[in-house]
Design a protein around this ligand. Structure first.
Ligand code: NAD
Length: 292
């Protein structure tokens, strides 16, 4: 049978090892997705305790048995052989694919890339899981921007099938094809999108969530907004989604959208006020709703 162009991507024939930098929420989810598919992962984090917690989180997630609702001990032993801590940048660079999932800060990511790039293999593809920073801006200063792209997973990675493969100005088509193929190897659904504020998903989602928060500030009961969205077919209401994603994260991403499209977005100030009041969402037990 005819091979699809992605499958003929020579890169993947060699891509057997992945490095994940940043062992937080997203780094763990991405690493676990690889381990579940038998792909070995090297992890790193600037904080040793985050790295250790991250690695055990990955093993737990990759050997969780949904039926028994517990970790399968045998599987855990098997899976733990697939995840290790990278002890140096050189070790990270040996991978076929390096995925950056550190804090959302351009300066931090630039410094990391500058340090790392000299250790990358000749064919290694470097990706960023950034939610809001333009890929072309992240690529500035790279010696090989053709082998750099965005690979935007969604939280929680184990549940969310979509992955945005983001094409920067200088990303090569081979890189895009290889990463789309890789995303499918992980059991995900890649969507290839252009660089730009909000990429694709957040351009749809953030205005929708913002409008929901505006309705609430206009006095529409939260339960009505939630019920309308759910009965319309959304898996959860937009207000719950704020709490799941984190109000601070939404506020930051909303700011990026506002800057890019000032004529289109009327920001719901209620979100800012909740963040100021320390209500960040499910992660700290209180957002729009309380989580006792
Ligand atoms: P997080 O805070 O849970 O984890 C970030 C980790 O990076 C921390 O463990 C931190 O110690 C580490 N770190 C920070 N600077 C580092 C450096 N220079 N080198 C090595 N490690 C470093 O954050 P997260 O939610 O996992 O987000 C990571 C990235 O993924 C961000 O770019 C974020 O925008 C993006 N993202 C987040 C979500 C989400 O919903 N949380 C969704 C999609 C994309």
């Amino acid at each position: 049978s005819r091979q699809s162009p992605d499958e003929s991507s020579e890169h993947w024939q060699h891509a057997r090892r992945v490095s994940v930098i940043g062992a937080g929420i997203m780094g763990q989810g991405i690493a676990a997705a690889n381990v579940k598919r038998g792909i070995a992962v090297s992890m790193s984090d600037m904080r040793e305790e985050s790295l250790l917690a991250g690695i055990s989180g990955v093993v737990r997630e990759a050997s969780y048995n949904k039926q028994t609702k517990s970790v399968d001990a045998e599987l855990a032993i098997e899976r733990s052989a697939l995840v290790d801590a990278a002890l140096s940048d050189a070790e990270l660079g040996w991978a076929d694919i390096v995925i950056e999932a550190v804090v959302e800060n351009l300066e931090v990511k630039h410094q990391l890339f500058e340090r790392l790039e000299r250790h990358l293999g000749e064919r290694t593809i470097l990706c960023s899981n950034t939610s809001t920073i333009p890929i072309s801006q992240l690529a500035e200063g790279l010696a090989h921007p053709d082998r750099f792209c965005g690979l935007h997973f969604f939280n929680p990675v184990r549940k969310m099938p979509l992955v945005e493969v983001i094409r920067g100005k200088r990303t090569s088509e081979a890189t895009i094809a290889a990463m789309a193929y890789y995303a499918r190897r992980l059991g995900k659904t890649p969507v290839i999108v252009n660089d730009g504020p909000g990429f694709l998903v957040n351009r749809l989602l953030l205005p929708y969530m913002n409008e929901a928060a505006l309705l609430v500030s206009e006095g529409v009961p939260i339960k009505d907004v939630e019920r309308a969205a759910k009965d319309f077919g959304m898996p959860m209401g937009p207000i719950t989604l704020y709490d799941v994603v984190g109000l601070d994260t939404c506020l930051h991403a909303g700011g990026v959208m506002l800057e890019a499209f000032p004529d289109r977005v009327v920001p719901a100030t209620i979100v800012e006020r909740l963040v100021e009041a320390g209500r960040l969402g499910q992660k700290n037990g209180r957002g729009f709703f309380d989580y006792p």
